[in-house]
Ligand binder design. Structure first.
Ligand code: SF4
Ligand code: SF4
Length: 449
């Protein structure tokens, strides 16, 4: 079995993003293999923990993948301030004689955005709505590399490392079976408040969970890397709840066209055609605009927005929401069937390195300073009695179940087979009995040892 087949069999998907099936990404040749260990958003601890704890495994996997891709460069990119992590990785590189570079990035957001990272590492800008492979690069998260190491030893993806931060006794790492209830993870971190809401992921782009039923139904997937526990009335939840009608009204009455949203936009900085201030300026006439050509001229830029949130959570002095307006406009572009042309050879703006958003100032704007700078030093293993393993934890089609209710399964056994096309295998994350199968996933009750 070659590397791509081993990765496919193990059910590996991107551990740090939306869950793109890794075997598809690795079915390529590339000049440069970039490993993303930059921990894009503040408060997340997982990548750092993996670099400190599993440096040998990560370097071995990086070398194997770089050889597989035929890459001339293999680079691990992380923030320069991660001294302990850089020391651990450098030590492993030295001992193993691996041809792997460490690339030190500044402490800014979104350092871990793969297009920003590729620009920083190679000086090349990825085309609008393109892939790193368009400029000869493949990018994978460091957690994905650890899974690849395991896959090369014949181990399927069954577990997940994640951090729990915010209103908890202390930030903590957890190692849990995929499908563990999010509430069990929070309980293990000993929350300091009774009523809480959650963000799964980072504070800028993570998934907000406020409703109690949604919190109780949520489970760990292959892409869960962090849980932030916050008071229900936190600024981030109030901001997330703002309806589009209110955003539209605020935009019309308060946008002063200062251009800060454009000047600090990470996609604008790498040379993409995106000027959120113009979208905001035109919003007042959007509803009555019938001509699609005119719509494209006024709003086509929104198609290049990556939802990073710099504009609304940091740049705008008026507290407006260009990101949400862009999300709304993207929906309108789709429903009108408007194709927005792509610049395939963007060039980074000359001031790209002077306009990064500093993470510490961003954290202060988000109302998270009290949690920033605290790190997870210990890792707890959880052994839940039951897990709910979702069949769709990745981009593409859901996996197709190969087990039925009542079946006994071993940990790591195939539970659902990747569908034709873009999909990924799903494995049982604990040994036990399949209690129920729904169209969404399988509940397994663990066997008592
Ligand atoms: S969310 Fe804002 S800052 Fe980020 S890419 Fe979109 S327009 Fe630019
Ligand atoms: S930063 Fe805010 S006020 Fe300035 S142009 Fe953008 S949306 Fe308008």
């Amino acid at each position: 079995m070659n590397l791509t087949e081993a990765v496919k069999a193990a059910g590996i998907v991107g551990a740090g993003g939306a869950g793109f099936p890794t075997h598809v990404k690795l079915n390529a040749k590339a000049e440069c293999f970039v490993v993303n260990a930059a921990e894009c958003e503040p408060l997340i601890e997982t990548d750092k923990y993996l670099c400190r704890t599993y440096a040998d495994e990560i370097i071995a996997a990086v070398a194997a993948v770089a050889t597989h891709l035929g890459a001339e460069r293999a680079v691990i990119a992380l923030k320069g301030k991660y001294r302990a992590e850089i020391a651990a990785l450098s030590d492993a590189i030295g001992r193993m004689g691996a041809q792997v570079e460490i690339f030190e990035m500044g402490t800014f957001y979104p350092a871990g955005d793969e297009q920003t990272m590729v620009q920083q590492v190679t000086g090349r800008s990825v085309p609008e709505r393109g892939l790193p492979l368009d400029v000869g690069c493949v990018v994978d998260n460091v957690g994905t590399l650890l899974n690849i190491f395991d896959a090369l030893q014949g181990k399927n993806v069954t577990d997940k490392f994640l951090s729990v931060v915010g209103e908890v006794k202390a930030p903590i790492m957890l190692h849990v079976p995929v499908g563990t209830a999010i509430t069990e993870c929070v309980a293990a971190a000993e929350p300091t408040i009774g009523a809480y809401s959650l963000i799964l992921g980072g504070p800028m782009m993570g998934k907000v969970l406020e409703d109690q039923a949604a919190i109780e139904a949520a489970v760990v997937t292959k892409t869960t890397g962090n849980i932030i526990v916050l008071p229900k009335d936190h600024y981030l939840f109030r901001r997330a709840a703002l309806p589009m009608a209110a955003i539209r009204h605020q935009t019309r009455s308060a946008c002063i066209q200062c251009r800060m949203c454009t000047d600090l936009c990470p996609r604008y900085l790498i040379g993409h055609q995106i000027r959120p201030n113009l979208v905001m300026r035109n919003l007042w006439r959007e509803e009555g605009m019938e001509d699609n050509e005119e719509y494209l001229r006024a709003f086509g830029d929104a198609a290049n927005c990556c939802d990073c949130g710099v504009c609304e959570m940091f740049a705008c002095p008026m507290g407006l929401s260009p990101r949400k307006v862009n999300q709304y406009i993207k929906g309108q572009l789709r429903s009108r069937g408007i194709q927005v042309p792509r610049n395939m050879e963007p060039q980074a703006r000359e001031f790209v390195d002077q306009r990064h958003t500093p993470t510490d100032r961003l954290v202060a704007r988000l109302g998270l300073s009290q949690y920033y700078g605290l790190h997870a030093h210990t890792c707890k293993e959880l052994h839940p009695e039951t897990v709910f393993v979702a069949f769709s934890q990745h981009i593409g089609k859901p996996a197709i179940p190969v087990k039925a209710a009542g079946d006994h399964v071993e940990k790591g056994e195939l539970l659902a087979q990747a569908a034709e096309g873009l999909s990924a295998n799903i494995h049982a994350s604990i040994a036990g009995v399949v209690e129920e199968i729904t169209e969404k996933g399988a509940r397994i009750r663990g066997r008592k040892e």
